[in-house]
Design a protein around this ligand. Structure first.
Ligand SMILES: NC(=O)C1=CN([C@@H]2O[C@H](COP(=O)(O)OP(=O)(O)OC[C@H]3O[C@@H](n4cnc5c(N)ncnc54)[C@H](O)[C@@H]3O)[C@@H](O)[C@H]2O)[C@@H](O)CC1
Ligand SMILES: [K+]
Length: 503
């Protein structure tokens, strides 16, 4: 499933019409019918439906929906929210079809709000992705009224007034209960501040060819089929070396568990051999608990790693660094020197991110893949901006950082955005609020480390790791756990089921 900006969606429509030859009226017919089909699944035969139709093609979709529902026997009428002379082109064509089928259209006079209260389902086809700036009057007041009074609101393509793109914090929008997105979800369906306006959303296909999407966008949602297609099988004659020898560097006297979580997750996610490099004290605590890992003792100052040991990375296929190591200056020296010298992929997480902020050039100049896995607070810290600024435009900030610093960025959050150094972006939607706990990130880093040693591309490995991590939490919530009690270590145990589902 692709994710589009408004411009990309217009380019896709344009491509379908000019390069493929699909007629705009046909696309509108397909859109309206597909939405009407979904509407019939969520309304009752006895419901009274009011379609609000605006001036553009979104309004045109509304006329098709109204005609289709009328034909199916539903009590449906249209409230046209703009003057007659504003309905033009394909929308006018479909308005006429609706009228000729016996459809009734009322004109919104700025007051006739009884249409909203006397119908129990509102279909919002006021404005789609053509919305510019903040909604003007009288539509702004109408939207406020609907949000206050309407019973069930179903938006067509996007809640009217909501921006399709990121970077816009001020708007007046319909609060939908359901949104049927036309062709592909828009970027705003994935942002913290705009996604709640969609209610439950679902894409509907209108016959736009996949060539049109491939040509015009490079952003998509990673799903289980993508995992199945890219995760390499384990062959009967494989040996442990073929599944990667990974090194996890982290831990301190204050946070020994973070390292344990990454080690165990990495082993459960299929790594061949995993070594934990940490302080003597942490090794003593963990070794009985995580017996499948091996350990390497590093030098320390008062229980925190320092840079006095000469850490050899010879023979390791990938390294993860940062979890539970703390923010002592001596530890920072170790992180920066390893990032500088490691001749293999390196995953930097948690306090490791804090330490690299001082010298991002170390990352930019690396000749081997670098993966950073920040949550929004860490990403904002790396960028020198506020979390609110980041969350207003997470796709743009991630892409700019990844390209500028030649690194893969896994920006964790309600949804996770994975960006390659070339700017390709994937969204992972598995996972749930039960993951908002200490240790979840350490588990994800462990899974990432394992995945990047399994012979997929680094980008696929990151997408698969995020999907698998979130899916484990989803399976656990659907069975025996709740958002409240789920622990990071449960997510490690849940991996067994996810791998069985995938294979
Ligand atoms: N081939 C296509 O382009 C297709 C488009 N489709 C639909 O068409 C929509 C896009 O259509 P349009 O580009 O015509 O645009 P819209 O229908 O989204 O809205 C454009 C209209 O809204 C008005 N408007 C914009 N900003 C406003 C504001 N702040 N306050 C008040 N009025 C404002 C404009 O004056 C314009 O008349 C999509 O969202 C989708 O629903 C579908 O029918 C499928 C095919
Ligand atoms: K709409």
């Amino acid at each position: 499933m692709y994710i589009v900006t408004a411009k990309e969606m217009y380019d896709i429509d344009h491509f379908a019409m000019t390069e493929i030859g699909l007629d705009g009226k046909l696309l509108m017919e397909n859109a309206g019918r597909a939405v009407a089909d979904r509407v019939t699944a969520i309304v009752k035969d006895t419901d009274k439906i009011c379609v609000l139709a605006g001036s553009g093609n979104n309004g045109g979709d509304g006329f098709v929906i109204a005609r289709t529902l009328l034909d199916k026997g539903y009590a449906v009428q249209v409230l046209q929210v703009v003057a007659n002379d504003k309905i033009l082109g394909d929308a006018y064509y479909h308005k006429r079809l609706f009228e000729r089928c016996g459809g009734i259209i009322s004109l919104f006079d700025g007051k006739c709000t009884s249409m909203i209260t006397s119908n129990n389902v509102i279909i919002d086809a006021i404005i789609g992705i053509g919305s510019k700036g903040i909604l003007r009057e009288p539509l702004a007041s109408l939207v406020h009224y609907i949000n206050r009074e309407a019973k069930k609101v179903i938006s067509v393509d996007i809640p009217s007034g909501l921006p399709a793109d990121e970077g816009k914090g001020e708007f007046i929008s319909i609060q939908a209960d359901y949104t049927f997105v036309i062709g592909a979800p828009k970027v705003s369906a994935f942002l913290n501040h705009t996604s709640p306006y969609y209610g439950k959303w679902e894409p509907v296909s209108i016959g736009l060819p996949s060539r049109a999407f491939k040509t015009n966008t490079s952003r998509f949602v990673w799903g289980i089929d993508d995992v199945r297609n890219s995760l390499p099988d384990r062959k009967p004659d494989d040996h442990k070396g073929e599944h990667g020898k990974g090194l996890v560097i982290g831990g301190s006297k204050e946070m020994p568990g973070a390292l344990a979580m990454s080690l165990k997750a990495s082993l459960r996610a299929g790594a061949g051999l995993i070594t934990g490099a940490t302080t003597e004290g942490v090794i003593r605590m963990l070794s009985a608990n995580c017996i499948e890992a091996t350990y390497k003792e590093l030098s320390e100052t008062n229980g925190f790693l320092d840079n006095r040991t000469d850490v050899s990375l010879e023979g390791y296929h990938a390294v993860a660094i940062g979890m539970g190591m703390g923010r002592r200056t001596c530890t920072g020296d170790l992180v920066r020197s390893l990032v500088h010298t490691a001749e293999c992929p390196i995953v930097i997480d948690a306090d490791g991110l804090y330490h690299i902020k001082e010298d991002l050039l170390d990352i930019e100049n690396r000749r081997y893949p670098t993966v950073i896995t920040p949550h929004p607070g860490e990403m904002a810290m790396l960028l020198g901006i506020t979390v609110n600024e980041l969350l207003l435009e997470p796709f743009r900030y991630s892409r700019e950082f990844a390209i500028k610093n030649n690194s893969y960025v896994v920006l964790k959050g309600m949804i996770t955005i994975i960006t390659s150094p070339e700017g390709e972006q994937v969204v992972n939607m598995s996972g749930n609020p039960g993951l908002a706990k200490g240790g979840s990130g350490d588990v994800l880093t462990g899974i990432i480390l394992a995945m990047i040693m399994q012979g997929q591309t680094i980008f696929q490995a990151l997408c698969n790791a995020c999907y698998i991590h979130g899916r484990s939490a989803d399976e656990l919530i659907s069975e025996k756990h709740s958002y409240h009690d789920l622990l990071a270590s449960d997510v490690i145990d849940g991996l067994a089921k996810v791998f069985r589902i995938i294979s």
